[in-house]
Design a protein around this ligand. Structure first.
Ligand code: NAD
Length: 298
């Protein structure tokens, strides 16, 4: 069993870190939020007073932070040169491919092995240990990282070299954003054409319109499995995070000259929804903007 430093105990990290403790690891947890840290400690993690303290004699350092600037700052200021050079560094945050590659290069110049390992699956999958990890790094780095990701995962997949995990994540979420918007449009059109929405679901979920957004995450209340639509679009995957991922995808597309008009449309739609106050709603809530029934919170 290993000494693991876990930095960032928010919606995702707060569910993930306790699963490593449950698997028998000694998890030294830290978050700037005292409240988040307290919850992780209640669930079996050990309280660290700072990131420096958490990583001091860590064998593995896991970060789960909001965005690239936090990852670069925490790694450069508090991990590289502070954790033993033998420590394995695993960043599970969703960040841009270029930053992931930059920090991996800086880490490896100092003798560390590092992987990017962003996740698919939301807060429930984080708490339930059923995330899908997409891992970027060398074969050797992947083999070292996998046993520490397994207790938090239903699947751990080696995507390729450094940054490949982030590349897979943003490509996957570009599909998700575009298919969700298209699925919402189809339900709104179906209703206006007089179709019963359950009947349309029964047909489309077994026909070529089928997708995860349709079968597993239908954006209409009372249709398909229980989804955020059945809870006024609360919980689930926040529209603001979908917008973040679409922006990362569009920046990446621009950097390599890829033509991504559907991703661009999805980004514009989610930007409009977030600007109108929908950022904290589940991303399937965009159907309310598409059917024009969206009322921003007071
Ligand atoms: P969050 O904002 O809930 O949690 C981030 C945590 O990091 C916060 O508790 C914050 O206090 C802490 N933090 C920030 N700076 C810190 C620092 N310098 N030192 C220590 N702690 C610091 O975010 P989240 O929803 O848990 O998401 C984390 C990452 O996972 C993001 O990159 C997000 O895009 C990605 N992600 C989220 C979801 C989701 O459904 N929430 C799903 C997949 C991927």
């Amino acid at each position: 069993m290993a000494k693991i430093a876990f930095i960032g105990l928010g919606h995702m990290g707060g569910g993930m870190a306790p699963n490593l403790a449950k698997a028998g690891h000694e998890v030294h947890a830290f978050d700037l939020s005292e409240e988040a840290l307290g919850v992780a400690v209640e669930k079996g993690c050990m309280r660290a007073g700072s990131t420096d303290e958490a990583v001091a004699d860590a064998e593995v350092v896991i970060t789960m932070l909001p965005a690239a600037q936090h990852v670069l700052d925490v790694q450069r200021t508090h991990v590289l040169g502070k954790a033993p050079a033998s420590a394995l560094l695993i960043d599970c945050s969703t960040i841009d491919v270029a930053s992931a590659r930059t920090i991996e290069e800086e880490a490896s110049a100092k003798g560390y092995t590092m992987v990017d390992a962003p996740v698919s699956g939301g807060i429930a999958a984080a708490a339930g240990g059923t995330l899908t990890f997409m891992v970027g790094g060398s074969d050797e780095a992947f083999e070292r990282a996998k046993p520490f990701l397994d207790p938090m995962a239903k699947a751990v997949i080696h995507a390729g070299g450094p940054g490949a995990g982030q590349a897979a994540k943003i490509c996957n979420n570009m599909i998700l954003g575009a298919t969700m918007a298209a699925t919402c449009e189809a339900f709104v059109l179906a209703k206006k054409l007089g179709l019963d929405l359950q009947t349309f679901f029964d047909i489309s979920s077994k026909a070529s319109g089928q997708s995860w957004s349709m079968t597993s995450y239908a954006p209409v209340p009372g249709v398909g499995p229980d989804t955020p639509a059945d809870h006024d679009y609360e919980g689930g995957f926040a529209a603001a995070l979908m917008l973040k991922d679409l922006k990362l995808a569009m920046d990446a597309a621009q950097s390599v000259g890829a033509y991504t008009p559907m991703g661009g449309e999805a980004e514009e739609l989610y930007q409009r929804f977030v600007d109108r106050g929908g950022g904290s709603k589940d991303f399937s809530g965009i159907i309310k903007m598409i059917d024009d029934s969206w009322k921003a919170p007071e």
